[in-house]
Design a binder for this molecule. Structure first.
Ligand SMILES: Nc1ncnc2c1ncn2[C@@H]1O[C@H](COP(=O)(O)OP(=O)(O)OP(=O)(O)O)[C@@H](O)[C@H]1O
Length: 260
């Protein structure tokens, strides 16, 4: 495993009026790391994701992303720009285009990367067709890796819940991210779907060599899959360490794991 840094956030703060949802949080994610973010309801986990992906502007603090072209500050960038730099995510609630086919859901995500000039698309120049064909091929390859070829032409809404969540992850991968944030990927899943998801996350890390950060309430999934954890409580960082260290940490046990 490499220890090259990928993202570093320093002293992040997010205030919503009088409420401090994220209080002076510093995190760093290395290349090809698998990291968990846990904490009780309302601890600030989703808000932290939103700050790192540009959905929500920070009140203060800095976010740096390491690219092949040097370190880029992410502060002030829009979600679309951040996606282009190499960060992708899924949301707590499924956000697929439900009426569109599985294949089209992935192709749409790819338009970020195969962005053609306006004239080329309007005039349907040969390059447009090459790009369309390249996009379809890449989408089909991605679907094949994740065993979705058989359902490629079905509308997303017709898939079982667990498969819809899988499609969301595949769609997030379509933008070729270096960093993938998964917000409660196992929420609402049955044990069999959760076991599938665990295998899926391992497969992504193995085959795509990317960094994955997941928010998850399912402790068996988190402890099973991640290499390192951050624990948030009331917006602040309570602890960080390996699953073994976190499970033994008295502050964590008191704040979070105690009742479980
Ligand atoms: N847009 C917003 N406006 C005002 N308050 C917000 C906003 N978003 C989040 N909050 C508040 O910030 C705090 C942290 O919320 P957040 O959703 O980040 O927690 P969480 O750890 O993801 O919780 P959960 O596990 O329940 O999803 C909560 O008190 C929440 O009500």
């Amino acid at each position: 495993m490499s220890n090259s840094p990928l993202l570093e956030a320093q002293a992040l703060v997010k205030n919503f009026g009088g409420l401090t949802a994220v209080a002076n949080v510093s995190v760093h994610f290395d290349q090809n790391e698998l990291i968990g973010l846990i904490g009780p309801n309302g601890a600030g986990k989703t808000t932290l994701f939103n700050l790192l992906t540009g959905e929500t502007p920070v009140s203060s603090g800095t976010i740096s992303f390491y690219t092949d072209h040097g370190v880029q500050p992410l502060n002030g960038k829009q979600p679309a720009q951040i996606a282009k730099i190499g960060i992708s995510r899924t949301f707590q609630n499924i956000r697929l285009f439900k009426e569109l086919s599985v294949l089209d859901n992935v192709r749409i995500a790819m338009t970020n990367h195969y962005h053609e000039g306006f004239l080329t698309s309007i005039l349907r120049l040969p390059k447009y067709y090459q790009t369309e064909a390249a996009m379809t091929k890449a989408a089909q390859e991605l679907l094949a890796i994740f065993d979705l070829t058989a359902v490629a032409d079905l509308p997303a809404k017709s898939l079982p819940y667990g498969i819809q969540r899988r499609l969301e992850i595949v769609r997030a991968l379509a933008t070729k991210p270096k960093l993938l944030f998964l917000d409660e990927p196992a929420a609402g899943m049955n044990p069999e779907e959760t076991a599938d998801l665990t295998r899926l996350i391992r497969k992504i890390q193995r085959e795509f060599h990317i960094t994955i950060v997941l928010i998850e309430h399912d402790m068996s999934l988190v402890m099973n899959v991640v290499e390192r954890l951050y624990v948030l409580e009331h917006g602040a960082l309570l602890a960080t360490g390996t699953p073994q260290e976190i499970q033994k940490n008295p502050a964590v046990i008191k704040a979070y794991l105690g009742g479980e």
